[in-house]
Design a protein around this ligand. Structure first.
Ligand SMILES: *Cc1c(COP(=O)(O)O)cnc(C)c1O
Length: 433
């Protein structure tokens, strides 16, 4: 399968090139040339298949031409060695809990898949000394760093905005050591993302070292996120709740929802999507006005979604032939401020006993307000509430139990390197690293 750039000015790339480069040379995002439609027999039998079995069928459609079957199966089965349960919350609303992986956030799926796929290309195809740059608003850093920890031939640089990620999140990528370096940037997430994007475009740096991105701009990071949309549907089938399914995705960089949109193109019967935003509502404004106007992000308590210029918007446009009308038919948007998020976490916990994290809360609230009576809603619960401990405990005025996996991270010693958001400083650092 070849991958083209959303900017259409770069040469087409193989999967290996797309994964190793991350971003196309014209700054566009890679898109697979073909999105395969899966057979009816698959959709009819999904309810009797395991998460891994379902994921392998989807992975084969994406990557089967470029990775031998045995290796691909191994990558899928190793990546997805945890459950993604669909939990009933209220009325016709279900939570797809994506946080049962090693760092308790949905990014474990893409992070682990990508590290293994890159590992495959390094081993089999002789790629070597790849440097992974990853900008994080909180969860990407930990998922990617943990996925890549100790992998031979790969160094990871995690860029995160100083003081803008939760303590627990910070522990998950600053305490690892080995091939993982944490860079604490005096700026916002958008500044971190800009540094990474500029590094890819810098000729000196690229002559000096092989750079790639593990953000959702990388096809190996974002496409595997389609797996759990299929599995969610399979679980609804089992419950006999698979008609008029609406999936609501708490969104920041729009990688997660884009993977779901790919699923729909492959035939997954989802009737529509809701992109739920915090105050950073660039997508909602686009839906309303038809004009995409990125703007600097503002800080919220759902910090992993504090994104002012969602990179995967280009892929959404591409999927719908840039038609605002078609996009608006399948995706709606909404935006909630911190007060509304807090209220939702608090009220939902009181009424149903279900504890939301601030990101999932945005998704849940959108469904309570916008789901029609004949629809079934699933929101993606993107992280475990304990990852936002202080915020959540303050809201529910109760202690939250910290899962063992998270406690382990908190024991380590924080090591990070502070840098300004100035590109030249960052470049100097990489040239010497
Ligand atoms: C990354 C993240 C999001 C946003 O996902 P995108 O793919 O960037 O839209 C939402 N919630 C949590 C907890 C995250 O870590």
């Amino acid at each position: 399968m070849l991958y083209y750039s959303t900017n259409k000015k770069a040469d087409k790339a193989t999967l290996q090139e797309a994964v190793v480069k991350g971003l196309a040379s014209d700054k566009g995002l890679f898109m697979p040339e073909v999105i395969k439609h899966l057979p009816d027999s698959f959709f009819n039998n999904m309810k009797d298949m395991s998460f891994q079995e379902i994921a392998y069928v989807v992975a084969d459609a994406f990557f089967g031409e470029d990775v031998d079957a045995e290796s691909l199966k191994k990558i899928v089965y190793e990546t997805l060695n945890f459950d993604v349960p669909l939990v009933h919350v209220n009325d016709n609303i279900y939570s797809l809990e994506l946080y049962h992986g090693p760092t308790l956030a949905f990014k474990d799926v893409g992070g682990r898949f990508m590290s293994r796929l890159l590992g495959y290309f390094i081993k089999k195809q002789g790629e070597k000394d790849v440097n992974v740059l990853v900008a994080t608003s909180g969860d990407t850093g930990s998922a990617v760093a943990n996925g890549f920890l100790g992998v031979d031939g790969i160094r990871v640089f995690v860029l995160y905005p100083k003081g803008k990620v939760s303590k627990i999140q910070e522990c998950q990528f600053t305490t690892l050591g080995q091939n993982i370096t944490a860079l604490e940037i005096d700026g916002t997430f958008d500044d971190c993302q800009a540094l990474v994007k500029n590094a890819f475009m810098d000729a000196d740096l690229n002559n000096h070292m092989k750079l790639t991105s593990a953000n959702s701009i990388n096809v190996a990071r974002f496409l595997p996120q389609a797996f759990y949309y299929f599995y969610a549907y399979a679980q609804l089938q089992k419950l006999g709740k698979d008609k008029n399914v609406v999936i609501c995705v708490p969104s920041g960089n729009f990688g997660n929802i884009t993977a779901g949109l790919f699923g729909k193109k492959m035939g997954l019967p989802i009737s529509r999507f809701i992109a739920a935003n915090n105050k950073n509502d660039i997508f909602l404004q686009y839906l309303i006005s038809g004009v995409y106007s990125p703007r600097p992000s503002v800080t919220t308590i759902a910090n992993a979604m504090d994104v002012g210029d969602p990179s995967n918007f280009a892929r959404v446009l591409e999927l719908y032939g840039e038609s605002h009308e078609d996009i608006s038919k399948e995706i709606s948007g909404c935006s909630y401020n911190d007060e509304q998020i807090k209220e939702t976490v608090k009220e939902t916990f009181k009424k149903t006993g279900y504890l939301l994290d601030p990101h999932g809360a945005v998704g849940y609230r959108a469904l309570t307000e916008h789901l029609k009576s004949d629809e079934v809603g699933v929101f993606l619960e993107t992280a475990h509430p304990a990852k936002f401990l202080d915020t959540v405990e303050e809201i529910i005025e109760q202690e939250v139990e910290i899962p063992q996996k998270l406690q382990e991270f908190m024991k380590g010693e924080k090591k990070s390197i502070e840098l300004s958001k100035d590109f030249e400083t960052f470049k100097e650092f990489l040239l010497k690293a």
